[in-house]
Design a protein around this ligand. Structure first.
Ligand code: BES
Ligand code: MN
Ligand code: ZN
Length: 466
């Protein structure tokens, strides 16, 4: 799909002209006002649409009236959702050229307009032998061309992340993630099993033991002279989470190819970062492996030593993400960066607490956490702060090691958070639990089922705003 910025969208020969309408107001298309508003009492409630043919009397074949809801309640996030709705309708109708006539909107909608169109345009049909030919090819709109270009790049990073997280675990292996990381033209190092052993990554390597796939520790660097800030972003990269010996029931395992969604997010960001040339140093870090119950698998009761020397008693092999992140956090803290941000599909508990519309965020620096929350809000994602009180560590106490990897069932997202904090040293840190938002089991707002590219929009914008 291509978005073309033009002055007069009504004079474009299009399959559909999408005309916006605020609730109980009118459109700029007389035909629409006459039939939809006057005769049919169409109100223009948010997300409502009304289709009208033009019988060859206009350059556009049809008019799709797009309800934007009450004018005083309209905002950029609603813009994105509404556009997505129109694009999906256009796809159903197999329209190829869609022009938008957006009237009376009092803010610059360019960015969220483009994001909505690109997000809705997504499909994952690479393994279908018959592909649907329902993609919109050209979208015409009056908007800021530079902003549309920026959105196009961010959307491309999201699509990259979504494709990777939708990819079956048989293909998206740790080695494959490492190969992908090496293709970005960044300064990238990949450490194999032996090198990770030398670095003392006993927690990460334990998780990998039950799989025939070799673990890969991936470190991508985007560097600039005199950076304004140095940031490390870590993405949980479990390419499949069977639970290990504490094996998951089938229904819980079904979506576990998505347990590298955070790694996909980091790869999405690093795939495009050079095109933005931000004046920030960005490290992308992924400890990639599979969590499998093979004959060499790590076991409940094992004691692991993480990179910082701390010992962990394995209480549950299904709490593997925090083990891989423990070593990744130690590694990141040694880089001398200003901020470390980790993302992870970490806990079912976070999903229970916040549902599928919001990620949980925790951290040791309230300014960093609040900045990320507001960047998310402005860019169509929701982050919600969860507590990191030291009391959550009580249930992680071990009789024979420094800590256990799981504890009480209650407050599971925060318990995981305080576990991670034990591996963070002398740096501003935020942890984002994307378990609920990374992979949808049914369509939601502008997204189809499957991977959402969670975190990409927020973190890229966060980097660009430094
Ligand atoms: N990858 C899962 C978390 C998850 C659950 C992500 C559902 C997305 C959807 C994680 O590794 C896990 O298994 N967590 C356990 C932790 C428990 C054993 C303390 C969980 O949440 O049940
Ligand atoms: Mn698990
Ligand atoms: Zn997991």
């Amino acid at each position: 799909m291509e978005i073309k910025v033009v002055q007069d969208t009504k004079s474009i020969e299009s399959d559909i002209l999408v005309a916006s309408m605020f609730e109980n107001e009118k459109t700029v298309i007389e035909l629409a006002n006459k039939y939809a508003v006057e005769q049919d009492n169409f109100k223009g409630k948010f997300g409502e649409t009304y289709l009208l043919p033009t019988y060859g009397k206009e350059v556009y074949k049809k008019v799709l009236i797009l309800g934007l809801g009450k004018k005083e309640e309209f905002n950029p996030n609603k813009m994105r959702e509404a556009v997505a709705k129109a694009i999906k309708k256009a796809m159903q109708m197999e329209a190829k050229k869609v022009a938008f006539s957006l009237d009376g909107i009092e803010f610059d909608y360019s960015e969220q307009f483009a994001m909505g169109a690109f997000i809705a345009d997504y499909s994952f049909d690479k393994y279908k032998s018959e592909k649907k030919d329902n993609k919109v090819q050209e979208v015409y709109v009056q908007a800021n061309a530079d902003t549309v270009k920026k959105a196009e790049k961010i959307a491309a990073a999201m699509t990259f992340a979504r494709n990777l997280a939708n990819e079956p675990a048989q293909f998206a292996t740790p080695t494959e993630l490492a190969n992908i990381a090496c293709d970005f033209g960044l300064d990238t190092v990949v450490y194999g099993k032996e090198e990770c052993e030398k670095m003392g990554m006993g927690a990460f390597l334990a998780v990998a033991k039950g799989s025939s796939q070799e673990p890969k520790f991936i470190h991508m660097k985007y560097q600039v002279d005199n950076p304004k800030k140095r940031i490390a972003i870590i993405g949980k990269g479990i390419t499949f989470d069977s639970g290990g010996l504490d094996i998951k029931p089938p229904s819980s395992m079904l979506t576990m190819k998505d347990d590298m969604s955070a790694a996909a997010c980091v790869l999405g960001i690093m795939s495009i970062i050079r095109e933005f040339h931000p004046q920030v140093e960005v490290h992308g870090i992924i400890a990639a492996c599979e969590n499998m119950p093979g004959c060499s698998a790590y076991k409940p009761g094992d004691i692991l030593t993480a990179k910082n020397g701390k010992t962990i008693e394995v209480d549950n092999t299904d709490a593997e993400g925090r083990l891989t992140l423990a070593d990744a956090l130690c590694y990141a803290c040694e880089l001398g960066v200003d901020e470390v941000i980790d993302l992870a599909t970490l806990t079912g508990a976070c999903m229970v607490a916040l549902g599928t519309n919001a990620a949980g965020i925790m951290g040791n620096d309230e300014t960093l956490v609040q900045n990320l929350i507001s960047t998310a809000q402005r860019n169509g994602e929701r982050f919600w702060e969860l507590p990191l009180w030291e009391e959550y560590f009580d249930s992680l106490k071990s009789d024979i090691a420094d800590m256990k990897n799981t504890g009480s069932r209650w407050g599971g997202a925060s318990t995981a958070g305080v576990f991670l904090q034990k591996f963070v040293k002398d740096v501003k840190w935020a942890h984002i639990d994307i378990a609920g938002v990374a992979f949808l089991e049914k369509p939601q707002k502008e997204f189809i089922k499957g991977a959402t590219g969670a975190g990409v929009r927020t973190l890229l914008n966060y980097i660009l705003e430094q």
